[in-house]
Design a protein around this ligand. Structure first.
Ligand code: G3I
Length: 336
């Protein structure tokens, strides 16, 4: 079919991306991906548990395949992610004799050393092929007075893990854009704590170039006004911003479950995509890319989160056909 390519429709605004796994780089998925998108994010392949499952043992097959596909097809790559409290193997926070690391100086030095080695190796391997890194993911907890998530990283090193991670990433990839990425950044308490951290780190000279807004949202929440306040909050800092993991769930609570997506939900979703993308396009000077957390509804993390049920959060359906949501972005007069 010759529906417009998303990447062409948005060419004057920002690159448009999709999260991928090995499933999206072959067959019909690969065709759809190449046609509509200009950037990709490996959804799992660059995480610590995938790249360094045991100390000094690196596994590159999946990440190499996905990055090579992107490079061969002229797609940019967002690197996700170097430091996170999830999908990090237990060995990282454990002594060689099996004892959990503590905040004592020797343990802290060991952890920061492991972090430095990991980042040098992973970032160094891909060089210019990866132009943006989510250096750290989900470090904010708005329920803490200081806003800092009590992860193992934080408990053992304080903020030094962030200082080390950004400094080393900058050294290894001097031209890459370095991001702090988080979810629910539209929630004012969380947004403001993230802004304070970014501003503190930058004042110290830590090379944080950008803020990533995941944007895992649903058909009711958040509003356009709340989302605009999210973008606006970071403008005074002079940082880049990206939407990094967008999807719009058709569910608004955990009791709902539909075997197939109801038509009225898909229409509501289309209007939500229309309205949020209209906002993003107004902020095209701030937003340097917008990425969806998946290519099509045949493969989405929301099928298992927060409970097992079929969701339909993306622009293409399980048969890879354009949904009303696609038209919400491309031509809202054709939503039906
Ligand atoms: O690879 C194994 C496979 O060998 C095994 O048979 C299977 C059985 O459970 O699991 C497979 O691993 C799963 C992996 O996705 C690949 O499909 C993991 O269990 C599962 O936990 C993992 O989920 C990923 C999740 O991060 C982990 O927290 C999702 O795919 C991924 O989309 C999701 O992405 C996160 C972002 O990184 C950060 N922001 C939120 C976002 C959504 O949770």
């Amino acid at each position: 079919t010759d529906i417009p390519a998303l990447r062409d429709v948005l060419a004057d605004d920002f690159p448009i991306g999709a999260a991928i796994s090995n499933r999206q780089i072959i067959g019909d998925q690969a065709t759809l991906l190449r046609r509509h998108f200009s950037t990709v994010t490996p959804g799992n392949a660059l995480k610590w548990d995938a790249t360094q499952p045991a100390e000094g043992t690196f596994r590159w097959a999946d990440a190499d395949a996905q990055v090579d596909f992107a490079t061969a097809n002229g797609l940019a790559v967002r690197g996700h992610t170097l430091v996170w409290h999830q999908q990090t193997p237990a060995w990282v926070f454990t002594d060689t004799d099996g004892t959990p690391l503590t905040s004592d100086p020797a343990d802290k030095a060991l952890l920061l050393d492991r972090l430095e080695t990991h980042i040098r190796t992973v970032v160094g391997r891909y060089g210019d092929a990866i132009g943006v890194w989510d250096v750290a993911n989900e470090v904010i907890d708005e329920n803490q007075a200081d806003g800092l998530r009590r992860s193992r990283w934080y408990e053992i090193t304080g903020l030094d893990y962030l200082r080390t991670a950004f400094r080393v990433a900058r050294e290894v990839a001097p031209t890459a854009k370095l991001y702090l990425n988080d979810y629910n950044t539209n929630v004012p308490a969380k947004r403001d704590k993230l802004r304070n951290l970014v501003s503190q780190l930058r004042a110290e000279g830590v090379p944080v170039d950008g803020v990533g807004h995941q944007m895992h949202v649903n058909i009711q929440w958040p509003s356009v006004a709340e989302t605009e306040a999210m973008l606006q909050a970071f403008v005074p800092l002079g940082v880049e911003q990206q939407v990094t993991e967008m999807d719009i769930s058709i569910y608004t609570n955990n009791d709902e479950s539909f075997p197939t997506p109801p038509a009225d939900r898909l229409l509501t979703q289309a209007y939500k995509y229309r309205d949020l993308f209209a906002l993003y396009r107004r902020y095209a000077d701030e937003l340097t890319s917008v990425t969806l957390w998946g290519l099509a509804d045949d493969d989405t993390w929301l099928d298992t989160f927060p409970v097992a049920r079929k969701d339909a959060p993306l622009l293409f359906d399980t048969e890879l056909q354009a949904k009303p949501a696609y038209w919400g972005i491309v031509d809202p007069t054709r939503i039906n």
